[in-house]
Design a protein around this ligand. Structure first.
Ligand SMILES: NC(=O)c1ccc[n+]([C@@H]2O[C@H](COP(=O)([O-])OP(=O)(O)OC[C@H]3O[C@@H](n4cnc5c(N)ncnc54)[C@H](O)[C@@H]3O)[C@@H](O)[C@H]2O)c1
Length: 343
């Protein structure tokens, strides 16, 4: 099987590594920066280009990974759908909700599909946590917290990149790390019907949220507390490295809790799962690692390509997160609880 990759930065390199481990030929690497495309091509014996069209026109490619900054997802996804080319697109789906709706409209008339890069769903511990929800009875409440360390130097580095430019990224903590957190919350607790939130911004970056808290209610009126922040705290978390991401679901018969480690430590980190059940009056703690979610995510993409079947994490999952991001920003702006549109 042959694939192509557009965007040869951080994530393009991670996808390339995973494809190579799966024994798949990376036929093309593409990047607006020719040096980046050329360098990655040299590592994987690929052809390189700066043109996305080149990948779309190559009928020998089974699929394409899209790993460019978020504002470029929409034009590339639209073109891929129109060319009938299945893609694995990094998260979040789009920079705006309007673009996400437009993709849904186009996709309805096209045979191609989109897998969205919510790779935490492929973390074995997170999968085990979701399965363990059956042991804790009816869900009473849930908390999804994601704290990342952002020192003053980290902010200065971020300002040199696209990630804190609203037009290119769509937002700050809520969009970057929060999109994963929201996707996991939706996967564990089901569709959210209403939201009340407060979002905080840096004085020197008034469009970039560094912190967002929200109460989300699912269709059964279960309250889900979302807490996402980029903090100047560098020693918190179960590995004491400033990464403190904890998902806790409380049921009438027990509690399921997962603690993840740095997203980029997929080959060294550990995810810890703790399941307390009232029947046993005890907790089972399992440490999974390394989580290797990108390899599992790419394997799922390849399997969908092979079988010609839609992906496990597709456009529907992608747009549900976009709807929530949009609703959280809006609820904070308007200072009121809002109903969330259902699709
Ligand atoms: N899954 C995750 O946990 C995770 C983590 C970080 C980033 N991401 C996502 O991955 C995507 C890429 O992020 P990154 O950190 O790799 O960024 P990056 O800046 O490291 O790399 C982006 C690359 O895209 C290239 N590029 C920019 N505009 C382009 C264009 N118009 N055409 C072709 N190439 C272009 C740049 O030259 C650069 O090489 C983003 O959507 C981001 O949100 C996902």
């Amino acid at each position: 099987m042959r694939v192509g990759i557009i965007g040869c930065g951080q994530l393009g390199r991670i996808h390339a590594h995973a494809y190579a481990r799966a024994g798949v030929q990376i036929a093309w690497t593409a990047d607006a920066d020719e040096n980046a495309a050329r360098a990655l091509a040299a590592e994987y014996d690929s052809q390189w280009t700066s043109s996305f069209d080149q990948l779309l026109k190559d009928d020998s490619l089974a699929g394409i990974s899209i790993c460019v900054p978020t504002h470029m997802h929409f034009p590339m996804l639209k073109a891929a759908l129109e060319h009938g080319k299945p893609v694995l697109c990094e998260k979040p789906l789009t920079a705006t909700l309007q673009e996400a709706y437009e993709l849904v409209r186009i996709a309805a008339e096209k045979p191609a599909w989109i897998q969205v890069g919510y790779m935490k769903r492929f973390d074995p511990a997170i999968r085990a946590a979701r399965e363990a929800l059956t042991q804790i009875g009816t869900i009473q409440n849930a908390q999804f917290r994601s704290y990342l360390p952002f020192t003053a130097a980290g902010w200065e580095r971020a300002k040199q990149r696209w990630i804190v430019d609203k037009a290119r990224s769509g937002g700050g903590a809520l969009v970057h790390s929060g999109s994963h957190t929201l996707d996991t919350a939706l996967w564990f607790c089901g569709p959210v019907v209403s939201v009340a939130s407060q979002v905080q911004y840096k004085p020197d970056l008034p469009e970039i949220d560094y912190s967002a808290q929200a109460l989300l209610w699912n269709a059964e009126s279960v309250p889900i507390y979302l807490d996402v922040a980029w903090l100047p705290l560098t020693g918190i978390g179960h590995r004491h490295d400033g990464w403190d991401e904890v998902f806790t679901v409380t049921g009438e018969k027990g509690i399921v809790q997962v603690r993840t480690s740095w997203w980029s430590q997929f080959e060294t980190g550990r995810t810890v799962l703790q399941v307390y059940t009232e029947t046993n009056r005890s907790s089972q703690v399992s440490s999974f690692g390394p989580p290797d979610y990108f390899a599992h995510e790419i394997a799922a993409f390849l399997e969908s390509l092979k079988l010609g079947e839609p992906p496990q994490v597709g456009l529907r999952e992608g747009i549900q997160v976009q709807i929530l991001i949009d609703a959280i920003f809006k609820s904070s702006r308007e200072g009121r609880r809002l109903d969330v549109e259902q699709i």
